[in-house]
Design a protein around this ligand. Structure first.
Ligand code: NAP
Length: 486
């Protein structure tokens, strides 16, 4: 197989600003590594504040023309991007695996998921509508006019290097906004490749800008402090989200926040256990557990605890760990050393407090950032992993005996992104759907991400929605006109 890096020529490992691919003003670069080997795979430009503001400059200047571009034309450019991503799926997937570590099959899934945002929002671009109605008291009419919010700043995480950017860029372009994306420093290559694909698709210069940097704090705060920026959409940790919300407040920016999660997965005694096991495997192990909606806590009703645990541990233990590009690998490398150390510490903490490891639990020797699929039982309530985002292939199992008890435990967290319930009782499923304090609930399903559904959290998991019809509304302001008509 050829080197996955061949798809991104060295001239495109630089900043995408306006119609140029250029070095950082200070000519600095930083290394990107393959987390499965720890080896450097590429150097990319390391932007500073000057570069960030140069991107904002071109995004602001391109705004009026892009907003005035007929929706059908914008739609067709999004469709062309969808087609290019789909046709080049294998190349993009290999690049994702190389810089992020997930197995190739998962990377292919991410490309399909990410591409779908372009198709979905190509369809939404031509359906932006206002209203016209008579004021209730009569005498005048009310007209609402949707307008693009303006230049947007996007800050994205490393866990889905394509999809987290796609679900911001596609709706923004559909609404008529221009964009500056700052991808995670650990996975900048996929976003540069997307910018290249969009350039080839014919998206005009200045509409999609990508600024790679190791100085996220400085560059992003300069962008947020500039009055030309009109919107921030951030996906990442709740901790960084709080910092950015404070900065965005100074300019009263529109914000969308897709933050951390701590999903409870609840298996009721009446569940179809085969369905529950399939669902739990997906909800826990999709993306190696490095997903904001990953099942962080697995609650199993006492009568089925033993059987579920034995079968789940058997399936977790059968997964093969290795380099994501190798055939037959189910579990690739985690993103970095800090991540493996954190997970190892969370497992040690749970064991110290009385938990028992059923499978996994020992980090392997050798290069790369690997951790084996791990299942723990008898996890006490004060174990840190029940509060922290594990973000890896570790599943703590806790038993429960009543719905009220498990609902209270599930909701006892600052997060509110996703929850999962497995039951054959419709009323029970609906009570959990209404009672769980989360933005999303999977009922007898471990896979809930879908570009046509509104993705987003409540409580400290975020503000706003991505995907679905709601997704484009995040990029539209509404001007209302009162028209005198006695
Ligand atoms: P992170 O540390 O918060 O970083 C996310 C992004 O923010 C990166 O681009 C990072 O740049 C940048 N950043 C860090 N500090 C910053 C600062 N002071 N100012 C401006 N930008 C800053 O999160 P992560 O570790 O990459 O991603 C994992 C987190 O994302 C998890 O908590 C996960 O739950 C969450 N997530 C949420 C969703 C959702 O939809 N709700 C989806 C995916 C992930 P650098 O790379 O340079 O540090």
């Amino acid at each position: 197989m050829s080197d996955p890096m061949n798809v991104l020529a060295p001239e495109h490992r630089r900043l995408r600003i306006g119609d140029a691919w250029r070095d950082a003003a200070g000519a600095a670069t930083f290394a990107v590594e393959d987390p499965a080997t720890g080896k450097t795979i590429a150097e990319v430009a390391d932007a500073d504040v000057v570069d960030g503001l140069a991107a904002l400059d071109v995004a602001s200047k391109a705004m009026a023309e892009w907003a005035a571009t007929p929706p059908r034309e914008r739609s067709e450019l999004l469709t062309a991007t969808y087609r290019a991503l789909t046709e080049r799926s294998e190349e993009v997937a290999r690049l994702i695996t190389l810089e992020m570590g997930k197995p190739l099959a998962e990377a292919r899934g991410e490309v399909a998921y990410g591409a779908e945002f372009f198709r979905w929002f190509a369809e939404e671009a031509v359906r932006v509508e206002g209203r016209y109605n008579t004021a209730p008291a009569g005498g005048y009419r009310i007209l609402t006019v949707p307008k693009p919010v303006g230049p947007c700043v996007f800050v994205t995480p490393w866990n889905f290097p394509l999809a987290m950017g796609a679900r911001k860029i596609a709706p923004a372009l559909a609404a008529g906004c221009t964009t500056i994306t700052k991808p995670a420093a650990q996975t900048p290559l996929t976003m540069l490749f997307l910018a290249r694909i969009m350039e080839e698709a014919g998206v005009p210069p200045g509409v999609v800008n990508v600024v790679t940097t190791r100085r996220a704090g400085e560059v992003v705060s300069a962008l947020l402090a500039d009055r030309r920026t009109r919107k921030l959409s951030f996906t990442g940790s709740t901790e960084v989200g709080r910092v950015l919300l404070r900065q965005a407040a100074d300019n009263v920016l529109r914000t969308s926040m897709e933050l951390g999660g701590n999903a409870a997965l609840i298996v009721c005694a009446d569940a179809d256990l085969d369905v529950a096991l399939d669902g739990a495997m997906v909800a826990k192990m999709r993306n190696i557990g490095e997903s904001c909606i990953a099942a962080n806590r697995v609650y199993v009703e006492e009568p089925v605890r033993e059987e579920f645990t034995a079968r789940f541990a058997q399936r977790m233990g059968a997964l093969s760990v290795g380099h994501g590009l190798d055939d037959g690998v189910d579990v690739g490398a985690l993103i970095d050393e800090a991540s493996v150390t954190k997970i190892d510490e969370l497992v040690a903490d749970a064991v110290d407090r009385g938990a028992r490891v059923v499978v996994g639990g020992e980090r392997p020797d050798g290069p790369g950032y690997f951790y084996p699929p791990t299942v723990l039982v008898d996890v006490p309530e004060d174990a840190r992993m029940l509060e922290a985002e594990i973000f890896g292939p570790v599943a703590p199992i806790i038993s429960f005996t009543s719905d009220d008890e498990v609902m209270a435990k599930a909701n006892d967290t600052e997060h509110g992104l996703a929850g999962y319930v497995f039951t054959r009782d419709l009323q029970r499923a609906l009570r959990f759907t209404e009672g769980l304090e989360t933005g999303m609930v999977g009922i007898n399903r471990g896979l809930i991400s879908d570009p046509s559904a509104p993705f987003g959290g409540v409580k400290q998991s975020g503000i706003g929605k991505e995907g679905s019809h709601e997704g484009i509304l995040e990029y539209l302001d509404v001007t209302y006109a009162a028209i005198d008509l006695p």
